[in-house]
Design a protein around this ligand. Structure first.
Ligand SMILES: [Zn+2]
Length: 488
């Protein structure tokens, strides 16, 4: 009822709101003091006098015991009221006192709600159904003998996951307690063990997806269908994700077009996009030659998209945009990624146990791995230029002093990108020392060991990337005084 009322008031067209036939009890009035009203009950009486409906249950009491008695009386009368309430509200009656205690942010300090405990009702657990979400997440849902609780008839309640089912130990045939408070999602509190039928056995999560038959796997506390885009429950979401802007970025291929392509049998999975029957598509209502052609070329345009985007587009559970980048940087190529081990995954930034398991599961499950390989063959994701074979491959460099344009971090990044390592001390093994202004003992040591010493210009020449310099250099010196001036 609360949501229905809020939705009705939120209508853009007041005529629609009017048709919803809402009614309300007035319980307050702004500017009551200007009418020389001194008391909340006087406000209520005034509102009633000028024609508003007011609650017939408002009472003025004095003292905590009287409040408690009135609250309990209200709880007893609650079922017969004819409208839903979830508690009582107490206000300081004296308006002057209300003003004295005032507000804490937007919450009045002169009013307090006493909620009733959530309503609970017993009913029979008829079965536990499995729902497959858009991402393949598996949710056990309790099917109940319909029961009226908290103002609504309830026949389905989510049990969240296998762990919750076992924790609550609900079994099919049990009499269970259902609880619902206000607009909160109803929940099963637990079974009434005394009323458990003989032979009721603990619930077991199925091993395969009810929608597609693919095996289920456990990631963290949740089960997932491993069917990927072969699973009807996941297809639409997965293909739409594959085409989305941060993934393969196929212009014009949003959810509604994907739905059409699926429903009309053009595709069953993302790899089918690459062999679209454009001649037939042209004949579809709303397509025409041009848009079918545009779609086909947008799909073809995904060839050689960067590896990070490709990994992201697969929608592997737990692998977001950020970790896709990290994975692409760590493995460099699709082939190397598919050969990943648990150990190598865990060494990638932000990849923990759960994500590592999820990736391995994805790559070990034929349903998902085969489709991913088909897509990789079609897209040929662009490998990341790895440092292997870089100019400083296996070389140790030392930075000392202040370089004219490069920060220490930028210089380090350039060295690492070229396959080298940065060390804090000079030895005979040091490939070169890059020295700037105010270089100290490291420079002397390099000279004594006959290690080459480069200035920044020499260093950049050795790396041989003008582009790298442009990316990594800090703002030119003359801008610095301006920047500093703005600080003071
Ligand atoms: Zn499935």
């Amino acid at each position: 009822p609360r949501n229905a009322a809020a939705g009705a008031v939120r209508q853009l067209d007041p005529k629609v709101t009017a048709r919803r036939r809402l009614s309300f009890f007035a319980y307050g009035l702004n500017g009551a003091d200007s009418l020389s009203l001194k008391d909340h009950m006087a406000v209520i009486d005034f509102l009633k006098e000028i024609g508003f409906r007011v609650s017939p249950n408002a009472v003025k009491v004095s003292g905590f015991e009287a409040m408690k008695a009135a609250y309990e009386d209200m709880a007893r009368r609650r079922p017969a009221l004819g409208w839903g309430i979830d508690g009582t509200v107490w206000k300081l009656a004296d308006l002057e006192q209300q003003e004295m205690v005032g507000w804490n942010h937007r919450v009045p300090r002169f009013a307090v709600a006493w909620k009733f405990p959530p309503e609970e009702m017993p009913t029979e657990l008829l079965g536990i159904d499995i729902q497959v979400g858009r991402t393949g997440a598996i949710t056990p849902v309790a099917r109940l003998k319909p029961v009226f609780v908290g103002g609504t008839t309830i026949s389905n309640v989510t049990l969240h996951n296998q762990g919750q089912v076992h924790l609550k130990d609900v079994r099919i045939g049990d009499t269970v307690i259902v609880r619902r408070a206000g607009d909160v999602i109803p929940e099963i509190v637990g079974p009434i063990i005394d009323r458990r039928p003989e032979g009721a056995s603990p619930w077991v999560m199925p091993t395969t997806c009810p929608e597609c038959g693919a095996p289920l796997h456990l990631t963290g506390a949740e089960h997932f269908c491993s069917g990927g885009s072969k699973c009807p429950a996941q297809r639409l979401y997965r293909i739409t994700h594959f085409a989305s802007r941060l993934a393969m970025d196929i212009a014009g291929l949003g959810e509604s077009i994907v739905a059409t392509l699926l429903n009309e049998g053009f595709i069953t999975c993302a790899s089918d996009l690459y062999s679209l029957d454009t001649a037939r598509l042209t004949a579809m209502p709303g397509f025409g030659i041009q848009s079918a052609g545009n779609l086909a070329s947008a799909i073809a345009g995904t060839r050689n998209r960067p590896l990070a985007k490709f990994i992201f587009s697969l929608g592997i559970e737990g692998v977001g945009e950020r970790s896709s980048k990290d994975l692409a940087a760590a493995y460099g190529s699709w082939k190397a990624f598919t050969a990943c081990t648990r150990e190598s995954l865990l060494s990638v930034q932000d990849v923990g146990d759960v994500t590592a398991d999820s990736i391995l599961e994805y790559l070990d499950t034929p349903e998902t791995a085969d489709e991913a390989q088909r897509l990789a063959d079609l897209v040929q994701p662009q490998s990341v230029e790895k440092a292997v074979g870089g100019r400083f491959e296996g070389k140790m460099l030392v930075l000392t002093g202040t370089l004219p344009t490069l920060t220490r971090e930028a210089a380090t990044a350039l060295i690492e990108a070229a396959g080298g390592k940065v060390s804090g001390s000079v030895s005979k093994k040091t490939h070169a020392v890059v020295a700037g202004e105010a270089a100290g003992s490291k420079l002397e040591k390099a000279q004594s060991l006959s290690v080459p010493v480069w200035d920044e210009a020499e260093f950049l020449e050795q790396i041989g990337t003008v582009e790298a310099q442009a990316q990594a250099s800090r703002p030119p010196e003359e801008e610095c005084p301006l920047f500093q001036a703005s600080l003071f």
